[in-house]
Every structure is written in C-alpha cells, then in structure tokens.
Design a protein around this ligand. Structure first.
Ligand code: ARG
Length: 627
C-alpha cells in the first residue's frame, strides 16, 4: 500500500521536471507546427507559425501570424487556413481552443491553471533554474591587468563582464575558473625592473606612481623599435621583413640589452631578481585588489595565473608546433601559417624570445588539458580580435582544443567595445590622460551615496533612521550597481558613452531602478509576510502577465549563457520589474479584504523579489533591502 503514493510522487516529480524545461512560447509554436504540417501536408519542421507575444493581454497571451504567409504560399485563404488550424491544434493542458481574429491571426490564451501550476513549481529553492547538463569546467579569462600599469576602463569591462558570465555558469552548477591572465612577464616588465634598479629606487617602499613613471620611461626607450615594428605591420610584411626592420633599429635594441639581461636572469631563476620582480607585482596588485573589492566581483589573488605561470612551457609550445610540422622557420623565427590567410602567427622571434601569442597557446593547452574546461572564454577588448582568431586556429590545428576525455572544447572570444566620453571619443580626463578605474568607481559611489542620503531625509523614508555607515553601504551598492548595469545591459561589442547621470538615475533602464523596485517589494513583504504556503490564484490580466514573465526565467538565463550575452538577462529583469510595477498598480495587496487573494499576491510578489535578487546577483549587483 505504501509503495503506490511513493511512485505517484515520483511520477509527479518527473512531470514537473519536464514542465520546467518547457518554454511556453516554444511549446505553443511546436503544437502549431504540427497542426500546420497536417493541414498543409508538409514537413512541420519547415513551418514557421510566427508566434509572438500578443499586443493586448486582455485578449490573448500569444498571437500566431503564420497563416497569412503560409496561406498565400500554399494557395489557401489565410482566414480559412487559420480556422482549420484552430480546429485541429492540440496545446495539451497549456491552452484551450484558440480564436481566429482579423484576416487570419490566431489568438492563444494560456490556461490559468497551467500558469498557476508552473509558477507554484517554480517557487522553490532553485527558482526553476535547471542545472547545465554539461559537467565540464569552464575557464573565463578576465581582468588581464598589466604589472606596473594602472587598471583602466578596459580592464573594468573585462572584469565586470567576465565575473557576470562566471556567476551565470556557477548558478547552473558548472565549475568555473576565473583566470586573471596578468601581464606579468616578458620584456616590458624586465625593462621596468631594470629602470627601477638602475635608478636605485627602493623597491620596498615602491608606490604605483613610481611604477607608472618607470613604465612610461621604459616605453620611451622602446619607442624607436616600436616604430619600426609598426611600419612592418602596416606594410603587412611577413615576419622576415619584420625581423629585418627589428635589426635596423639596432640602437633601440641596444638600449634594451640591459633589460634582456634582466629577463634572461629572471628566466634562469635568479633568486634576488625574482624577489624584486615579485615586489613589482605586489605593488601593482595591492592597488588592483582595492578596486576589485569595491567592484564586488569574485576575483582576487586566488585567480592570478599570469603570463609568468606559463614561462617554462613556452619552449615546449614551439617544439610541439615544430615537431608536428605546423611550425616553420622563417628568417630565424618560427611561425604558424593558416590556409585561409596570409598573416601567420609568430611564436618565436629570431632572437629566441617568445611572444604574447606563445603564452596564450600555452594557456589554451593548460585550460583544456589541465583545468579540463570545454569552454574557454576570453573577455578581452575587441581590438584583440585578430590575435584570438590566430591563436584559436593554431590551437585547433594542433588539436589542443580538447579535454582529456576527448570532448571538443569551444574557444570563444567575447569582444567588448570602448567606453566613450561625451565627445564620443575614448574616455579621457580633462588633462587628456586615460581615466583610471578608481576615479570612476569613486565618483559613482559618491553619486549613489548622495542620492541615498537625500532620500533618507524625505518624510516616511524607510531609510530615515539609518546610520551614516548604513547609508554609505547602500550608496556603494547603488553606485557600483549603476556602473555594472550600464556596462552589461548593452550589446557588449558596441562602444557606449559613459553617462554617469543616466547610470545612477532611479528611473529608466538602470541598475538603481531595478534595485529600487526590489527594495519596495522587500518593504511590502516585511509588512505582509512571505506567505510561502499560500494557494496561488492567478487570474487578473496583470497577474497573468507577471506570472508568464517569471516563467521565462530559466530560458532567459540559459540563453544568456549560451550566447554569452548578459544583456539578455538585464533586459529581462527590466521587463520583469516593469511587469511587477504594472501588477502592483492595478492589483491591490495590503488593502485587500479577501485574505486568500492577499496571501496569493504576497507570495507572487515575494517570488518576484527572489528572482530579481537572484538575477541581479548574476550581474554581480547587490540588492539593498531598503533604499
Ligand atoms: N594583459 C592584456 C592587455 O592588457 C590582456 C590579457 C588578455 N588575456 C589573454 N589571455 N591574452 O591587453
């Protein structure tokens, strides 16, 4: 006797799992495809029933406009075709019989009971988010600061976007490696170190500014050589010509000789020099960590795996390419050539030195083979597009895009655009220098804080009794949330204008708008309770719209991950917030006399709040309970 109810509950559980993975719109579309297929006697897979959200939610939830085009194409009157579809289509429990409107539109209304059941199922700990079926790790290359240089706005974008993608993956159960591929090795660093040592700078009291100055001086020394290299690149000359030009710049190279000696000694493991080199890193990273802390990202010292980590693997990289016949000699250098383009990738210079590309090839090998990642994601400035195309293709040639179990690993560059100033040019300070990350963050925090303080002084403000310390915390959450949301809510590859006023506004498609709406729901719940066990009743048009929106959560999240587009999640959260506002405007809650409806609406509101908090968390944005 006991076994039966147990089985039933297992069956119920299985049905629920199937339900949760269903995208309502897709389900409607699939049922229509089958109907069109049978009426027109063609393969359902070739049919697009053109399902859209309906304009007027009072009439329908979805509208299918496919009968128009398909009728014309197959010689049917669209309206008659639509009538036939309506007669045969089977939506299961999702919708009742649809209706035909106008010249052949099919109006579909989702069944209230189905909506209620689905929302009830979603109202559990994981909010209906399904774990990813792929269990391999994911490696995300983010931040990528360079030692001896300040973090700039590009590193800000890489960190914010990379951390958000990492959070989304973690949310669906994947193991994520956030890889901070620091620029901490090679000639530029050796030049800085050489400059500092030869000028007698005390490395123990080093400040970032000293490092920046040394870096600039080192760049000046390298300028001549760089000019030569640039000319070679502009002429699209092969590496042979490139090397010749390098040699012509003998004087600049001479100036670098000392730095090369330093690099050599570092490479040989000179203890004293390595300790000095570490001081440069500590000095740079000390200031970087402060910014990362403010940014509320899960990136810290544990994520450092910079270029130096791969230094002993570089000759192995070149050997592998050479021994497999993929690396060939060209004027003393080693290059890898591709069938579809002239530009080869240089992996070893004629003087034996290795390059940025060589290190990145070692990193790909490490990430797929040792971290066992089957998706390696590079969140790097769009200007490095060619570099990534080259190293990904080179890795594929040598089959390094494979995890040890033979799974093909996807290597993806997520390029992002520049941050522009009011003048539509890359963001600069008034004096023309690059804007540092720190100055931006502090400005945003100040703006957030003054807004919170202003609001706390208004009568009946929920924050009126808060201490300065508490207000400051909220101000920081708002300021940082504003910057992050503005950064993530655009198509990543597009340049965007950094407009602080718009970012911190409490209205419009901004982080603070969503945070504020969420804080208002929190206050509603504080007054009315969570009502977790209440029976849901979803009937009113705005209730239905909110519920249908909530039900998209799992799909929106999985799509944001699949396409690596956090802006999908942003847009959806904004729409969800709007749907909640509309619901709250037209459906009274606390004032209601009918206790059951009140409880149901509180439960729906609380579910919405939890989803917003969860969604914001994946954008790395905190949700203050009061604002
Ligand atoms: N340090 C580089 C830069 O500032 C970014 C590193 C990107 N990551 C990589 N694996 N190449 O341009």
């Amino acid at each position: 006797m006991r076994i039966i109810p147990l089985c039933q509950s297992v069956v119920q559980f299985v049905i629920v799992r199937v339900y949760m993975s269903i995208n309502i719109q897709q389900h409607i579309g699939d049922s229509l495809k089958t109907a069109f297929g049978s009426v027109l006697n063609i393969d359902p897979n070739e049919i697009d029933p053109v399902v859209r959200r309906a304009q007027n939610p009072e009439i329908a939830d979805f509208q299918a406009n496919g009968a128009m085009g398909l009728g014309k194409k197959h010689g049917h009157d669209p309206k008659e075709l639509a009538e036939k579809i309506v007669a045969v289509v089977d939506f299961g429990t999702f919708a009742d019989k649809p209706e035909v409107a106008g010249p052949g539109f099919i109006n579909i209304r989702i069944n209230n009971e189905t909506i209620t059941t689905l929302v009830e199922e979603m109202d559990c700990e994981n909010l209906g988010v399904e774990p990813d079926r792929d269990t391999h790790a994911v490696a995300i290359d983010l931040c990528g600061v360079n030692v001896a240089k300040q973090l700039h706005v590009g590193h800000l974008r890489s960190t914010i976007i990379g951390d958000s993608i990492a959070r989304m993956y973690e949310r669906v159960g994947r193991t994520v490696y956030r890889e901070n591929h620091l620029g901490d090795w090679g000639l530029p660093i050796a030049m800085v170190l050489e400059q500092l040592l030869s000028s007698g700078t005390n490395l123990d009291t080093l400040e970032l500014n000293d490092l920046n100055t040394a870096y600039k001086n080192a760049q000046l020394v390298a300028k001549d050589e760089l000019r030569g290299e640039k000319a070679a690149k502009n002429l699209q000359s092969g590496p042979h010509r490139f090397i010749e030009i390098e040699e012509q710049n003998a004087s600049a190279l001479e100036a670098q000789a000392a730095a090369k000696t330093v690099l050599n000694a570092l490479q040989q493991g000179d203890k004293k020099l390595l300790a000095d080199w570490q001081k440069l890193i500590d000095c740079t990273m000390g200031s970087v960590y402060k910014s990362l802390d403010l940014l509320h990202v899960k990136v810290g010292a544990e994520n450092n795996r910079g270029e130096s980590f791969y230094r002993d693997r570089l000759s192995g990289v070149v050997e592998s390419f050479v021994s497999s016949g993929l690396g060939e000699e060209d004027g003393g250098a080693i290059v890898v050539r591709f069938k579809d383009r002239e530009r080869p990738v240089l992996i070893q210079k004629s003087d034996g030195g290795f390059l940025y590309a060589t290190t990145d090839l070692a990193a790909i090998r490490f990430r797929t083979n040792e971290l066992k990642a089957d998706r390696v994601i590079y969140v790097v400035d769009a200007r490095q597009r060619d570099h990534f195309k080259d190293i990904f293709d080179a890795a594929r040639l040598i089959s390094w895009n494979q995890t040890p179990d033979g799974t093909e690993a996807e290597l993806v560059h997520v390029p992002f655009g520049s941050v522009l100033g009011d003048d539509n040019k890359p963001l600069k300070t008034r004096s023309g220098s690059n804007v540092t990350l720190d100055s931006l963050l502090h400005e945003a925090i100040e703006r957030g804080t003054s807004e919170v303080i202003k609001r706390s002084k208004e009568p009946n403000s929920p924050t009126s009794k808060m201490s300065d310390e508490e207000l400051k915390t909220i101000g920081r959450q708002i300021g940082i949330g504003a910057i992050k949301y503005a950064d993530l809510s655009n198509d990543l590859v597009r340049d965007y204008v950094f407009d602080m006023n718009r970012m911190v506004a409490f209205e419009g498609n901004t982080g603070p708008y969503i945070q504020y709406a969420c804080a208002r729901i929190s206050s509603l719940i504080r007054k009315g309770g969570e009502q977790a066990g209440a029976k849901l009743v979803i009937e009113e048009p705005q209730e239905r719209i909110l519920a249908l929106k909530l039900l998209q959560y799992n799909n929106v999240l999985h799509d944001s991950i699949k396409y690596l587009e956090p802006h999908r999640l942003c847009t959806w959260l904004y729409e969800l917030t709007d749907a909640f506002s509309a619901f709250y405007q037209s459906c009274p809650v606390l004032k209601l006399e009918d206790e059951l409806t009140k409880q149901s609406r509180l439960r729906l509101a609380n579910l919405t709040r939890r989803v917003i908090v969860d969604g914001l968390d994946m954008l790395g944005i905190e949700a203050p309970e009061q604002m």
